[in-house]
Design a protein around this ligand. Structure first.
Ligand code: SF4
Length: 263
């Protein structure tokens, strides 16, 4: 019998909320874990997390990067925002804190649904050492099923969805390139748009793609509405940093980061 814990990685998205609910019904001692991005996400996420805690009966634990308080700090430190090898903020703000928290014996549950089998397979291929349970997939639930379940439970979906965004990522997520996405950010969060435009120009990163060409955000026409289908997922399927990165950031050995504490 495994001595590890059952961890649900709650992202303040609808799918991981339902995953936590199902896991709580199956495992009374389940833990819900949230990697703190509260300075970068919509403030309504605080309300959503509280609603989910009440609904599931699970108090979500908040863990965070030991080096950075925001994605902007991580980009400045890494001098990089997003590109072909992914976004460093995913690694710094989500992956490394997870590595520091998890034990080798833990069972992990992520909010991937039955319509995301390719991502599930990819993650399994990259993480043979982890014990994984795909609660939503095994229950045959899609993303839209999760929205329906939350609605039926009387829980308002996070505000970002209501504003027209298709995810509940950080406001101004640097994995996005679509003109529609960035002009939605400009419309609803002009201060964030301005900061992304300034920082990306300073770091030499072209975040938007307009008519097939990468451009700076401050070059994007305000009336551009082109929608690009792109994967903005930020979580388990992202590239894993080497354990040495976890060692460096968390000031502990990579080995100790993967074992239960002795006390
Ligand atoms: S949601 Fe986007 S901006 Fe936020 S950590 Fe993930 S990749 Fe970075």
């Amino acid at each position: 019998m495994l001595a590890g814990r059952t961890l649900v990685w709650f992202s303040c998205g609808c799918a991981s909320a339902v995953a936590l609910k199902l896991a709580a019904q199956k495992y009374p001692d389940v833990r819900g874990i949230y990697c703190d991005l509260s300075r970068d996400e919509h403030p309504d996420n605080v309300r959503f997390r509280a609603d989910v805690e009440k609904w599931t009966g699970v108090k979500v634990e908040v863990i965070k990067s030991k080096l950075y308080n925001s994605v902007e700090e991580a980009w400045d430190a890494r001098k990089y925002m997003s590109g072909v090898s992914g976004a460093p903020c995913t690694v710094e703000m989500k992956k490394i804190p997870r590595f520091a928290y998890q034990w080798a014996e833990d069972v992990h549950i992520f909010g991937l649904t039955v319509d995301e089998q390719a991502r599930i397979t990819s993650f399994e291929d990259d993480n043979h050492e982890l014990f994984l349970e795909w609660t939503l997939r095994d229950a045959g639930l899609t993303k839209s099923d999760c929205l329906q379940i939350l609605g039926d439970a009387g829980i308002a979906i996070p505000t970002m969805y209501l504003l027209g965004f298709e995810n509940n990522n950080c406001i101004g997520c640097v994995k996005a390139t679509s003109p529609r996405y960035w002009n939605l950010v400009r419309k609803h969060f002009p201060d964030v748009f301005k900061r992304r435009a300034e920082q990306s120009r300073r770091l030499g990163v072209k975040l938007a793609r307009y008519k097939g060409v990468r451009i700076q955000l401050d070059e994007l026409p305000e009336d551009a509405t082109e929608r690009v289908i792109e994967d903005l997922s930020c979580g388990p399927q992202c590239r894993a940093p080497q354990l040495d990165e976890a060692k460096t950031q968390n000031g502990e050995s990579s080995e100790s980061a993967r074992k239960p504490p002795t006390t």
